[in-house]
Ligand binder design. Sequence first.
Ligand code: NAD
Length: 274
Amino acid sequence: MNDNILTPIVIVGARGRMGKALICEVIASEDLVLDAVVDRSGGPGRGQDAGLLAGIHEIGLIVTDDLRPRKNTVVVDFSLPEATQMNIQRCLEAGVPLVLGTTGIDDGTRQYLREAAEKIPIVSDANFSVGITLLTRLAGFAAKVLGESWDSELFEIHHRYKRDAPSGTALRIAKAVAKASDRNLADVLQTRRSQSKTPRGQHEIGISSIRGGDSAGEHTLMFLSDGERIELSHRVTDRAIFARGALRAAHWITDRDPGLYTMSDVLEINHLLL
Ligand code: NAD
């Protein structure tokens, strides 16, 4: 890791909730420096100072609408799925690493991401919080111990503006449960219980999504059996945790080989609880 050199960061989706949190965290960081901040063309905030946009102080860096990362920078993208493929392409052209936090990306873009990761290092994760990364690990461990005789159900709450449901994080936790108990998530996922007229199937993994208010994310995984229940819960009280996690990943990725990494690689916990 480059301990003595500041890592130059390019933030994409700068005007968004996450973009502003990222700007604040980079300004406060001793290891990172803002190199560019980008958002889509049009709308308020274009041409505005990035520090003022984030509600801090003027820093002399203007929000642009064209992602052209300079050599040796790291791009941190928390924008929208429609923008993801173009942003990956710009990182490929510049040969710079990418930290991708955008959720809800389609299969075609995910395939493009895998191919791009053969040429540049990419950390992509639906949830950059340390707590959720650990909870996902715990979920897999519990599912392995309990097996399919315990029913697995998950519920998640997010703010009223979130576009995708279930959340990428809920799907990732469900995937960890499925994998650990030798199930294929696509075969057993149940997200529309209200439309089902049959009793719960034994192998199902259910996800219920609630949208409303300003919740930055709440996930509870339940393992239910006759006479007892285990709950693993995580609640976000400040979305700055995602920004801190993503920027930890940005610092980590600077001297990595090309490849597709997740936050568990950044935290180096992949070998635990296996
Ligand atoms: P938001 O709607 O507040 O902000 C999105 C921003 O992206 C907006 O400012 C929008 O103008 C901008 N944008 C749209 N198209 C663009 C383009 N082509 N180029 C550059 N910018 C563009 O959303 P948010 O709450 O900040 O979340 C952003 C994304 O991050 C979502 O997909 C969300 O689900 C995800 N997210 C991920 C994590 C994680 O840990 N992985 C955590 C929180 C949010």
